[in-house]
Design a protein around this ligand. Structure first.
Ligand SMILES: Nc1ncnc2c1ncn2[C@@H]1O[C@H](COP(=O)(O)OP(=O)(O)OP(=O)(O)O)[C@@H](O)[C@H]1O
Length: 239
């Protein structure tokens, strides 16, 4: 599969004018009648880029990821995904945009009654694909993340790090144009965190834009990439 992805990457057209994966223009959001938790956010995430999203606990990292995932609506401002203004398109088109994104949630969200293999295959099953068309790919990806011998086990018997890798594999199986990961190394030791980071770098090398939300400075210090820093409701960018 790695080779196939590399081929797809090089076959894809690199147009200078390619729309950003994400663009925010003066976005603000509040929960209910509360204060604005994020305000005046204006930034872009470029195709094939790699960035960390950071800031103290409660600064709004998860909220920002939810805005991109369209699971929280902005109170004001404009959000475009892959060049489409999300306020102007149909529900079906929103579903298509959402499918171009892979997400690793902080709490993994694996289904306990499905095996690791079935959890990772689920997004493809939901898309109506036949198992025969994706079986080998799922198995190969599970091996790639080091879960080849865990694929028939249920999530409750996996370790924290194994669950995290299963959640990452489930996000990658759809070959997302944009990967959003919320504290993806929060539950693992430093050596596994480095391995997971290498996985994200490899994915990015193959063409996916990657956003990793984290507080972990030792993780961020391993890579000299852009940092989106949230604080006091605002975004500051360290290029
Ligand atoms: N569903 C909600 N209803 C009301 N307030 C919320 C809700 N979700 C988050 N908040 C508030 O919004 C602010 C940002 O929260 P968010 O979870 O986005 O921060 P975070 O940077 O991801 O935090 P952490 O690093 O601790 O996960 C916090 O003040 C939080 O209390």
């Amino acid at each position: 599969m790695a080779q196939e992805r590399v081929k797809a990457f090089y076959d894809s057209e690199f147009d200078e004018g390619m729309a950003p994966s994400v663009h925010f223009e003066n976005v603000g959001v509040r929960y209910g009648m509360g204060p604005e938790v994020l305000r005046d956010l204006t930034f872009s995430i470029e195709p094939h880029s790699f960035q960390f999203l950071t800031g103290p606990s409660g600064a709004g990292k998860t909220t920002l990821l939810r805005l991109i995932l369209l699971s929280v609506k902005p109170t004001r401002g404009l959000i475009s995904l892959f060049g489409e203004d999300v306020s102007k398109i149909s529900k079906d088109e929103l579903t298509d945009l959402r499918r171009r994104m892979g997400v690793v949630f902080q709490d993994f969200r694996l289904l306990d009654h499905l095996t690791t293999y079935e959890n990772v295959a689920l997004p493809l099953r939901v898309q109506g694909k036949e198992e025969a068309s994706y079986r080998n790919e799922v198995v190969e990806l599970l091996r790639w993340v080091g879960l080849g011998d865990r694929m028939h086990m249920l999530p409750p018997v996996l370790s924290g790090g194994e669950k995290q890798r299963a959640a990452i594999a489930r996000a990658l199986i759809v070959r997302p144009d944009l990967l959003l990961a919320d504290e993806p190394t929060g539950n693992v030791d430093p050596s596994l965190a480095r391995r997971l980071l290498r996985l994200f770098i490899e994915l990015n090398r193959l063409g996916t834009s990657v956003v990793i939300a984290t507080h972990d400075f030792s993780l961020m210090d391993q890579l000299n990439v852009r940092r989106l820093v949230l604080g006091d409701g605002r975004l500051h960018i360290d290029e």
